[in-house]
Design a binder for this molecule. Structure first.
Ligand code: HEC
Ligand code: HEC
Ligand code: HEC
Ligand code: HEC
Ligand code: HEC
Length: 487
């Protein structure tokens, strides 16, 4: 029994004995170091915040994991040590002696309080770090820059958009616990794909499991209130020497309202208000080819339109596949708009009228911006150089006197390239259809093409030009008076 004497009696002795092994000591050291580091990061974060998302990931995702691993190692070592003691012949009676919980014993009291205090401390530490971890994952920086290349197209477009102050998660996840959990589970799959480089290039849209837009967009937009028309002026510059402009102005019948409010009508009212419900079935993944549409009106009247000359499955199968139209069936690029470079250059010419004096700017810039470049950053640099060298060689006198202007114009064109082409992700303005309008993609005309009618032929989804907008000016050489007011 010489060995068993080593096993000091009493609980404290037991714990000390069990803990007295390499594994447990390593666990204690790991947990303590991780805990102290987390505290330091938390203090640093409070003092100034982190500007690098990777520090956040390390401090609030990796370190807590290390801490937990440390904590888990401790009992493993103790368990092994206990078995070892048994193997060494420590008597069963000794081993079976459970601690006598007598809190009058000052020893035990001290242990009890220490364990209690440590547990509370650990809980607070873990609780607050996981809270911070979640906060970290919700920041725009985390979503937009953690997997830099993958998110570069969306993040770049986002920063230029009307929603650049809206956090990614407000549209992509929205409030409430269940979507939060779903997004984190989905996130694991994405992290995996990023780690192995097996993500899609480009990232496909539509996102088929996106939360219904009405639960996200309507945190901020109250659609019933969008009534009235929206004035939009399109300035287009031609590819001649003078970059001749032409202007089209229209009132878009955005509409809104509801039967309850009295005033109602227009685009919003027809497609998304509780008064009307539209469902449709698309035959392709990208929802660009639509063959069946159903409108349920406030009166209860149901109209089912189908495309001329298509053979459709029976109604119950169509209904099972039907998607209820919501905001993103039209506004699918409210924030990640990869603009047609043609129009983006028009905006440059409109916003910086002094550039209009550069001969053939529109033509040359469009050609250079839309050429193929192997990388995004390389492309930005090549566009800048390409435009400068064009004017340097073709218009040396102008280069001599207007070097600054040419440099600036070249960098705006380079910015247009930077916003619209992402070779590493095989993404550009053509890869993601925009469903508003009908110029570059079918958009509204997916349904409004005069080809979709009810079986009795009484109703057709209309394509007449004044269904959706009223022209105030069409290809006018001078800007309409009210357009000047907007400048
Ligand atoms: C105003 C709302 C909104 C915000 C803010 C927003 N997104 Fe999106 N995002 C969308 C919509 C809508 C889609 C298209 C969904 C569809 O068609 O199913 C989308 C699509 C995407 C896609 C799929 C690829 C693509 O280009 O369509 C990625 C990736 C993405 N967003 C990342 C981000 C990141 C990163 C942020 C923050 C930097 C962000 N989003 C902020 C609304 C938003
Ligand atoms: C957290 C608030 C918030 C959320 C969520 C949000 N938006 Fe917005 N949205 C805004 C604000 C603010 C503006 C006005 C920006 C400005 O004019 O500077 C805006 C502007 C817009 C515009 C007008 C853009 C323009 O070019 O004038 C559209 C369209 C729009 N949002 C659609 C959407 C859609 C679709 C969603 C959901 C996918 C959405 N928004 C989600 C706050 C939000
Ligand atoms: C049937 C297509 C369609 C649907 C569905 C739709 N919109 Fe619109 N919305 C438009 C059009 C068209 C405009 C006019 C703006 C334009 O062309 O740039 C517009 C304009 C807007 C504007 C800008 C209003 C202004 O006067 O500047 C906001 C904000 C907006 N929509 C939000 C929403 C939200 C939120 C939803 C979902 C609840 C939604 N829209 C659903 C087609 C649609
Ligand atoms: C999924 C199919 C679908 C898409 C996409 C769609 N619409 Fe519609 N729209 C309908 C249906 C169905 C009606 C009701 C037609 C009827 O009067 O029988 C309608 C009606 C309208 C009306 C009212 C017409 C009237 O009789 O006064 C307007 C305006 C309108 N749509 C504009 C738009 C615009 C703008 C877009 C694109 C931003 C768009 N729609 C996209 C299905 C669609
Ligand atoms: C179903 C609705 C709808 C119908 C029908 C429709 N449009 Fe449009 N159109 C739109 C919307 C919405 C926009 C605005 C797009 C935007 O905000 O960029 C637009 C924009 C335009 C523009 C400006 C685009 C640009 O980028 O220069 C022109 C031109 C135009 N429409 C011509 C027509 C003509 C011509 C017809 C008749 C054959 C017609 N539209 C029918 C919805 C419609």
């Amino acid at each position: 029994m010489a060995r068993s004497e080593k096993v000091r009696s009493g609980t404290l002795g037991r714990l000390f004995n069990y803990a007295n092994n390499g594994i447990t000591l390593t666990g204690i050291v790991i947990a303590t170091v991780a805990a102290l580091t987390i505290i330091i990061f938390m203090l640093a974060g409070l003092a100034g915040g982190f500007h690098n998302p990777y520090i956040g990931i390390f401090a609030f995702l990796v370190l807590p994991a290390v801490f937990v691993v440390g904590l888990l190692i401790i009992p493993v070592g103790m368990w092994r040590r206990r078995r070892q003691l048994i193997a060494e012949g420590t008597s069963e009676a000794d081993m079976a002696r459970y601690p006598r919980l007598d809190f009058n014993d000052p020893h035990l009291r001290r242990i009890g309080f220490t364990v209690l205090a440590l547990t509370a401390f650990n809980a607070i530490l873990l609780g607050s770090t996981s809270y911070l971890a979640v906060e970290e994952m919700d920041t725009v920086k985390f979503c937009g820059t953690t997997c830099h290349t993958v998110m570069q197209p969306e993040y770049t477009a986002y920063q230029e958009s009307p929603h650049s102050r809206v956090r990614c998660v407000q549209c992509h996840i929205g409030p409430g616990a269940s979507w939060f959990v779903r997004s984190k589970v989905d996130g694991l799959r994405q992290v995996w794909k990023t780690a192995w480089g097996t993500y899609d290039r480009p990232i496909e849209t539509p996102i088929h499991n996106l939360r219904p837009a009405r639960q996200t967009c309507e945190q901020c937009h109250w659609p019933i209130k969008h009534h009235g028309d929206k004035l939009k002026v399109f300035a287009r510059f031609s590819e001649d020497e003078a970059n001749t402009p032409s202007f089209t102005a229209m009132l878009i019948k955005t509409g809104g309202g509801s039967l309850d409010l009295g005033r109602h009508g227009g685009i919003h009212w027809w497609h998304i208000y509780s008064d009307n419900k539209i469902r449709y079935v698309a035959s392709d993944k990208r929802r660009q080819k639509i063959a069946w549409v159903e409108l349920t009106m406030p009166s209860g009247e149901v109209r089912r339109y189908s495309r001329k000359g298509t053979k459709l499955p029976p109604l119950d199968q169509l209904e099972a596949k039907a998607r209820v139209m919501d905001c993103i069936d039209c506004h699918n690029r409210p924030t990640h708009l990869f603009e047609n470079p043609d129009y983006a250059l028009d905006d440059v010419l409109m916003n910086h009228p002094e550039i209009q004096a550069l001969p053939y700017f529109k033509k040359v810039a469009l050609k250079i911006v839309t050429a193929d470049y192997p990388s995004h950053d390389g492309g930005v640099a090549s566009v800048q150089q390409g435009i400068v060298s064009y004017y340097k060689t073709q218009y040396p006198q102008m280069w001599a006197t207007k070097k600054d202007l040419i440099d600036r114009a070249a960098s705006w064109a380079a910015e247009v390239y930077g916003r619209t082409f992402f070779p590493e992700m095989k993404t550009d303005w053509k890869t993601h259809p925009n469903n508003i309008g009908h110029e570059d993609f079918p958009g509204c005309w997916r349904c409004h093409d005069d080809e979709m009618s009810t079986a009795d032929g009484r109703h057709t989804i209309p394509q007449d030009c004044d269904t959706c907008h009223v022209f105030l000016a069409e290809d006018s050489q001078t800007p309409p008076k009210f357009a000047q007011l907007m400048q």
